[in-house]
Ligand binder design. Structure first.
Ligand code: PBG
Length: 334
């Protein structure tokens, strides 16, 4: 009986492929590679500033003079891209430093493209870090106005492109922002500036540490009238479809870990490159647990990012980018 069963059904022994590290590597379905990493960077005015972000251990707010060294480190590690966030000198109702010619992000882009032209420079296009009320759009009577916001986002995107940004990444979740920005870029003579849209961006608690980092928390209410309801997956596909139709070159799902189903669905439905944003809260959770010795940081991060890739993301935006690049280099050497 035993023998029959083995011969007919249990010939398959999945463990055969797990016997040695070389075999496991041979049949691995999903790989992480440095080429897919995008590193978020926070820039602020001033000199000699390298300010530790309390809620994101290991991450800093940098002044411009710190950027060349940062860029060199990234290029040495083969991390190909940065995503810039700015903290302005002053905030106002309409977030005017978001689209100022000499704004902090605009200056950072110019400097990076001059000092490290090979580095892909992406910029977050939004108003929340630049407005006194901390919302991503123009506010009137407690409402976040959509179409009035588009003009300001257009200006921000064009100013980033004019500074030399390779990719602009609108994250305000205003309807039609991709179309508005595409038209504005084309009209301003930047038909080759790429748009990576934060297409499916959820109203998530996982952005908490970022809002401390960027000093961008809303001063009243929340972002639920423009960012997506975490309960909705079909709606994410609709959002992505609209953005692709409007001209997005790359699309993003954000956050990543709690939304792997959305990433998987988006991968199946759309052909454009798909990015996933492993956000600040996902970073902070791992850091906090690792500091206490409750998790092995390296193994946790590699597993997490591999899972995001396995779900279908092509590109990973992560605060762990430099660590991952280092770990991948070490694995090569083993
Ligand atoms: C700006 C923006 C946010 C993040 C990226 N772009 C914050 C927000 O929407 O409140 C979050 C990134 C992170 O948590 O790592 N709108």
């Amino acid at each position: 009986m035993q023998e029959v069963r083995l011969r007919s059904i249990h010939r398959a022994r999945p463990r055969r492929l797990r016997r040695t590290a070389a075999l496991r590597e041979l049949v691995r379905e999903t790989r992480l590679s440095k080429e897919q990493l995008i590193y978020p960077l926070f820039v602020r005015p001033g000199r000699g500033i390298r300010e530790l972000i309390a809620s994101m251990p290991g991450q800093f707010r940098l002044s411009l003079d710190q950027l060349p060294a940062e860029a060199e480190e990234l290029l040495t590690l083969d991390v190909p891209a940065v995503l810039l966030f700015g903290l302005p000198e002053h905030k106002d109702e309409r977030g005017s430093e978001a689209y100022a010619e000499r704004g902090i992000v605009q200056e950072a882009v110019r400097l990076l493209k001059r000092e490290a032209p090979e580095l892909i420079v992406m910029t977050d296009v939004c108003l929340c870090a630049y407005t006194t009320h901390g919302h991503c759009g123009v506010v009137q009577d407690g409402q976040i106005l959509n179409d009035q916001t588009l003009e300001l986002l257009d200006e921000a995107a064009v100013s980033h492109a004019a500074s030399g940004a390779d990719v602009v990444a609108p994250s305000a979740m205003m309807d039609h922002q991709v179309q508005a920005i595409r038209e504005a870029l084309d009209e301003a003579g930047f038909p080759n500036t790429t748009i990576m849209s934060y297409a499916a961006k959820y109203a998530s608690a996982f952005y908490g540490p970022f809002r401390e980092a960027a000093e961008s928390a809303p001063q009243f209410g929340d972002r639920a009238s423009y960012q997506m309801d975490p309960a909705n997956a079909r709606e994410a596909l609709r959002e992505i479809e609209l953005d692709v139709t409007e001209g997005a070159d790359l699309v993003m799902v954000k956050p990543a870990l709690a939304y792997l189903d959305v990433i998987a669905k988006a991968r199946r439905r759309f052909e454009v490159p798909l990015a996933a944003y492993n956000v600040s809260g996902e970073y902070a959770m791992v850091k906090a647990a690792a500091e206490r010795g409750w998790l092995d940081e390296r193994r946790t991060v590699m597993e997490m990012l591999t899972a995001i890739r396995r779900a279908g993301a092509d590109l990973l935006i992560t605060y762990f980018a430099k660590d991952v690049a280092r770990w991948l280099q070490e694995e090569r050497r083993l």
